[in-house]
Design a protein around this ligand. Structure first.
Ligand SMILES: Nc1ncnc2c1ncn2[C@@H]1O[C@H](COP(=O)(O)OP(=O)(O)O)[C@@H](O)[C@H]1O
Ligand SMILES: [Mg+2]
Length: 324
């Protein structure tokens, strides 16, 4: 087994025919591509449902070997902000597309991270580059995108993959990697991954890396460890003093990903040491985390306790910022 390549990338469909599900979206996109006539697109939907994948499939199909020259991928939530996005877009839009397609594609991910002002700027950029570029915008919620942008785009709503579709992805990976997976482990993988194709591929890879035969208990054990990326996203929200968002993220991790409160605390405590805060603030937080863990073990409500921990973290971070 080649462990150097991430399976989410290895198993990302490269052609329309490889794409599982999202049937009516695929059908429409295919017809745009066949006519080499693409409107601006807005892809809305949760994580891991094929938004980036389909943007890439469009580019590969349209441009063939020169897709990389004609496709620019940017992330709107990049902390360097909309100005960097604008400069990069302008640079990219300056030259014509290579080959027979009259436009290039700019894929802008996580557009709901843009403020309304930034979205206005983006709208203007879309207008000024319209002869050379098409935009594909991706977001979780289309309601967070301003109307003038929505009305310039063909909007596609992506659905989470259903059980049968995730089963198909699993079978595909299992066959290629020659994995041995017990039947109830298959059920577990499909159920734990919810509608998310990325989570599924990641989880299969993690399970395969620890044991030659994947059992259901492997799956549940490994599913309960948080990906560093998600935990860091939550920590980031605390640093930015966004309590409501941090609380929503906590809810997502606990309810949607089925993480236990004590698992959360363990990983949270480790992550505290990496925060850009004073030593004293770190110690205060770790101390509090220990306290909260004790209360949880004693049987108090996990979510309430963790919520209190987040609130405490917000105070501690605010406090040390103001005393700097
Ligand atoms: N339609 C699909 N068919 C099969 N696998 C898919 C499909 N869409 C996504 N995947 C798997 O899920 C992963 C994440 O998909 P991606 O398109 O990056 O999601 P997002 O909607 O967050 O952009 C891909 O790398 C691939 O492994
Ligand atoms: Mg994506």
């Amino acid at each position: 087994m080649d462990e150097s390549i991430i399976w989410t990338e290895k198993y990302r469909p490269k052609t329309f025919d490889d794409v599982i599900g999202q049937d009516h979206i695929v059908q429409k996109l295919k017809s745009f591509v066949e006519k080499k006539n693409l409107p601006h697109l807005l892809f809305a939907g949760p994580a891991g449902v094929g938004k980036s994948t389909l943007a890439l499939v469009i580019a590969r199909t349209l441009y063939g070997d020169t897709w990389k020259e004609n496709f620019l991928e940017l992330n709107a939530s990049d902390e360097r902000g909309i100005d960097v996005v604008r400069i990069k877009v302008k640079d990219f839009a300056r030259t014509r597309a290579i080959g027979t397609v009259p436009f290039k594609i700019i894929f802008l991910d996580e557009c709901d991270a843009l403020t309304r002002e930034a979205q206005q700027a983006l709208r203007r950029t879309m207008e000024t580059t319209t002869t050379t570029c098409r935009f594909i915008l991706a977001c979780n919620y289309s309601s967070k995108i301003i109307d003038p942008i929505q009305s310039r785009c063909a909007v596609f709503r992506f659905k989470p993959f259903d059980d049968a579709q995730r089963q198909k992805m699993l079978d595909n990976i299992a066959a290629t990697e020659k994995l041995t997976i017990e039947p109830d482990a298959k059920t577990a993988l499909v159920s734990v991954s919810e509608g998310d194709g990325r989570r599924l591929a990641n989880l299969i890879q993690t399970c395969a890396s620890v044991a030659p035969t994947i059992t259901a208990s492997n799956v549940y054990d490994l599913a309960s460890t948080l990906s560093p990326h998600e935990l860091q996203a939550l920590m980031q929200l605390l640093v930015q003093q966004k309590f409501v968002d941090a609380r929503a993220k906590l809810h997502e991790l606990l309810v949607l990903h089925g993480l236990s409160g004590t698992d959360f605390i363990k990983q949270f405590s480790q992550e505290i040491w990496k925060l850009p805060i004073s030593e004293r603030a770190k110690v205060t937080l770790v101390d509090k985390a220990g306290d909260i863990e004790f209360r949880m073990v004693e049987g108090s409500d996990e979510f309430l306790q963790l919520e209190a921990l987040l609130a405490h973290a917000i105070y501690v971070i605010a406090d040390q910022n103001s005393s700097r």
